[in-house]
Design a protein around this ligand. Sequence first.
Ligand code: HEM
Length: 277
Amino acid sequence: MTFCILEGMVYNLMMSLRAWSVTFRYIVFGYRVPLADEKAIHDWFGKPWSVARRRAPDVGVYVKPGKTDLRSPCPAVNTMANHGFLPRNGRNISGGDLVRAMSATYNVSTPLGYIVAYGTLFLIGKLFHRVSLNDLAYHHGVEHDASLTRQNALPAAKHGPTHACPVLCKQLLDDAHDGGYYTVEELSKARIRREKEPGTSMDELRKEIARGEAALALNLFGGEDGKMPAEVMRTWWIGERLPEEWVPSKEITLFSTAKIARQIRLTMNRLRKEEAS
Ligand code: HEM
């Protein structure tokens, strides 16, 4: 027990040192960690992280959620639970668990991991609590109207739906460019379509969060050319399962994600102007 706590503390310290040293090198020298090193670092620290490995040897293996397992409105989080990077039953999860799982599954940097995990816990009013995944569906916490795969929360409901809507999924699949891939352009169009639907209500923060979600997905799966394959939409976003043999090719940082979110905002503004003229 004491060993686990100590190991957790050492792990967090090392992750922070690594993240800050990489950030420092980016800012001061513009230095990019060579990909081979990144992979080595990722294998060492993540996939599966050491504590989880001891507790559950099947970490990384996909298992369809059972009837009593709880899930969230987020495809990325549900995927982590479906592969055992988070408890498969979706219960009793801390902010630290989310940060470690994001690093192990998606190679999300520690600073970004902390912002996403603890920002969410703050917005759902459970900053210092352990949560169940369905708590993340608390409406107007992070869960918002105009999701690309989830219907809006019912009027007066405290929580939005955690499951994807087949009609919205079909629309999103049809949005792929030539049926093959998604870029900032396709996801911006999809966001505009959802945001202008009657009965949709979103403040600026939730609009920013929604662009951030799309930016995270594009950053993660977009490749050098910024194209996210339609297969990823089908398998991961809708199917909540990691693509076969997939390993993250780079670290997902706050800077790179914010850059894509800004591109989505500018593209949405341009498309709206074009539509109005
Ligand atoms: C690499 C990490 C992550 C990625 C790539 C990611 C991606 C996404 C995407 C693409 C959506 C939009 C789903 C849709 O509109 O159909 C979404 C929604 C959401 N995410 Fe995540 N996410 C990540 C981590 C997290 C974490 C750690 C949390 C919470 C602790 C979280 C909470 C949510 C919530 C509550 C929603 C629902 C918002 C809504 O559509 O109403 N996400 N995420």
